[in-house]
Write a protein that binds this ligand. Sequence first.
Ligand SMILES: NC(=O)c1ccc[n+]([C@@H]2O[C@H](COP(=O)([O-])OP(=O)(O)OC[C@H]3O[C@@H](n4cnc5c(N)ncnc54)[C@H](O)[C@@H]3O)[C@@H](O)[C@H]2O)c1
Length: 349
Amino acid sequence: MIVRNVLVTGGAGYIGSHACTELLQANYRVVVVDNLSNSKAESLSRVEQITGKPVQFYQADIRDKQALTDIFSREAISTVMHFAGLKAVGESCEQPLNYYHNNVYGTLVLVEAMRDADVKQLVFSSSATVYGESVHVQYTEDFPLGPINPYGRSKAMIEDILRDLSAADTISKVQNPWKIALLRYFNPIGAHESGLIGEDPNGIPNNLMPYVSQVAIGKLAQLSVFGDDYPTRDGTGIRDYIHVVDLVKGHIKAIAALQGERFNAGACRAYNLGAGRGCSVLEIIETFERVTGKKVNYKIAPRRVGDLAECFANPERAIMELDWKVEKNLDDMVSDAWNWQKKNPEGYV
Ligand SMILES: NC(=O)c1ccc[n+]([C@@H]2O[C@H](COP(=O)([O-])OP(=O)(O)OC[C@H]3O[C@@H](n4cnc5c(N)ncnc54)[C@H](O)[C@@H]3O)[C@@H](O)[C@H]2O)c1
């Protein structure tokens, strides 16, 4: 069997480490480039522990063209999974330049290095934040884009750049055209069932699930639920949560799809990766309390500016074209997140 080498940028991070695990289990060889700005190399040791297989790790920044060129010349990479980036919406409003430099410029350097090495298959971590506000609550990929913060705009700019790259190849009918899957994630939560890898936020978590776990374990005093007067079934915001293992399985399916007929002549195509159903904040809390037997101390706080009442994915395109669907439910997401939190109360330290 031919072993294909996949370069995983940001592979030491939350989603990247789960992707490395899934790739190794699917018999790919994994090469990681990560600057460890928001992760620890320990996550990759844990990946090796779960899979019994090695990860080739390079500690480098994707904005370092020479470092990337060296990696491409040393490793016979066939495909790149691009997770490296900054991801906190609030921080992006305070530090827009940092976000555009890291995410947009970083991706430019990466795709230049890929082009120079003639590696033109890419699976990109995009986000549901690229969508604009809509009267519809279930998003399809052809909804107008209209991100409302610098983080979302950095993802939308990268999508534009990648679409332009692909279109240029199609016009000039090159032999090895760009094949690009833009995967728009909804809200990844949960952890690997082993409890060895999971989400390890720096400082106070920005996302709901790690916040809930840290309140339950006593690291944080209280969860604030922002708004209970939305026009939803219980008044709290509704989002589409997806188990991180289901999410990364979508990436493995995307690699396979890039080899298929749809991408034969080159293409850049977006796919929603979400469960296709929404859960409210109160439903998450209730599920957490039922599954773990732990109380979550919370209070109702005012709505946050910019938060929508409800949104969730229409994942039909990924189901049809990638032959992918979610397998895990909210109970699995919550119990795996808690298993990781209990086993690693201080994260990877
Ligand atoms: N977690 C989410 O809720 C979510 C939702 C939608 C999209 N995404 C996207 O998925 C990707 C992965 O997210 P995550 O939750 O695993 O985040 P993460 O912060 O855990 O992982 C990102 C990794 O990239 C590394 N990195 C950042 N900038 C880098 C650079 N310039 N050079 C090299 N490495 C760099 C970090 O050290 C980290 O290990 C990100 O692009 C993020 O925007 C995440």
